[in-house]
Write a new protein. Structure first.
Length: 386
């Protein structure tokens, strides 16, 4: 086994059943161990490391993210100890955590400075895992209830793993015993995303002017097939723009003042599958286009040629509409539940557009929103609590 890191970073998307599994021999951990894990996480709650003994033992060791805090727990058979970090580490940045144990004494050190200690209760001092599997990033979908009892957050991580070593020997991510849902490369830009609860909204701009040309793009990840992605409307006139998921369809609606133009894409396979998808919509005069996953999927043109500009000077809402704002009749969805990345917006058509029809764009950053409700920044979770 290598004594230097052999790995290219790998990622997990947070889907249930995503994990990497490695051989773990009892002699490696029975009286002491030192795990060193380098990771970047966008989930606030996730299982990072886990190993257990037989069904007859209570022995286990686990490292979890719980509410953004790292939690190192182990049980030697006479009671568990839980060692928590002082800081949170779900910010999408790379962190190094060292969890170690000598007999019943445990220690966790994060980024060389956040240090916590604890001692397992009782008289037992050995960790009896037998020869088992060390899980990284999650557990298989078919997992025993015993394992689920030991850990607080059994769901898989949404993030990147850069290296893992045990007692100064690195595991090779390309040489797993078992694995599922592993990405060859890590997703970029964890910091530029957020989770919406399905009952909230984000006011991205207090005054949005659409005009003759507009282009908006976002990336989403959801298990819910209905939800508003963005909306802006004139307070009195019919002028408005809307992008929503409606019963699995992508609906882009704009009204220049002469009646709504509706562009609908009905995918052959669902977009509410828990995977990341990109949606990009363009309004150029009377024509509207919907691009999904970088492919032009649908377009329409309004036959009423009197009005070519959407006259809006109103807030731009993302992920939902506030309860005190009365939406136009074209809105069919409620709040969006799932993950969104920062938006890209182009207000004026550019020369030399890219092949997908897009010009240069500026970012609308979720963390710089005017106001929001039901938004959790720098994290992605598909399991929204009610």
């Amino acid at each position: 086994p290598p004594s230097v890191n052999p790995n290219i970073s790998v990622g997990l998307t947070g889907m249930p059943g995503g994990f990497l599994g490695f051989e773990l021999y009892e002699q490696q951990v029975v009286d002491s161990f030192e795990f060193v894990l380098e990771f970047s996480a966008a989930s606030s709650d996730a299982l990072l490391l886990y190993a257990e003994g037989s069904v007859y033992d209570n022995d286990f060791v686990a490292l979890e993210l719980r509410g953004g805090y790292l939690l190192f727990t182990f049980d030697l058979g006479t009671g568990r100890v839980a060692i928590a970090s002082q800081g949170t580490y779900d910010d999408g940045q790379q962190h190094k955590v060292v969890i170690s144990r000598v007999l019943s004494d445990g220690q966790m050190v994060v980024d060389g400075s956040d240090t916590s200690n604890g001692t397992s209760p009782g008289r037992f001092t050995l960790l009896n895992t037998h020869d088992t599997i060390l899980y990284l990033g999650g557990l298989p979908s078919q997992t025993s209830q015993t394992s689920l009892y030991f850990v607080h957050v059994p769901q898989s991580a949404f993030g990147c793993f850069h290296s893992l070593s045990l007692n100064s020997v690195y595991y090779n991510f390309s040489d797993t015993l078992v694995s599922n849902g592993v990405q060859d490369v890590c997703l970029d830009g964890y910091i530029n995303l957020g989770t919406l609860s399905g009952t909230g909204y984000v006011e991205m701009l207090s005054s949005y002017r659409a005009g003759t040309y507009l282009a908006l793009k976002t990336d989403f990840r959801t298990l819910n097939c209905t939800g508003v992605l963005f909306y802006s409307a004139h307070l009195f006139y019919s002028d408005h723009v809307l992008l929503e998921l409606s019963r699995g369809n992508v609906r882009f609606v704009f009204d220049n003042g002469g009646g709504p133009t509706e562009v609908v894409y009905s995918p052959n396979s669902t977009l509410c599958d828990g995977q990341w998808h990109s949606v990009y919509v363009v309004k150029s005069g009377l024509r509207g286009e919907v691009w999904v996953d970088s492919v032009l999927r649908a377009y329409e043109e309004n036959p009423v040629r009197i009005f070519v500009s959407v006259d809006i000077n109103a807030p731009l809402y993302v992920g939902g509409i506030p309860a005190d704002v009365f939406p136009k009749h074209t809105v069919t969805a409620g709040g969006f539940a799932g993950c969104l990345r920062d938006l890209e917006m182009t207000e004026e058509e550019e020369e030399g557009e890219r092949e997908d029809g897009r010009g240069m764009a500026e970012s609308l950053v979720l963390s710089q929103a005017v106001e929001s409700s039901g938004l959790s920044l720098h994290t992605c979770s598909l399991y929204i609590s009610s």
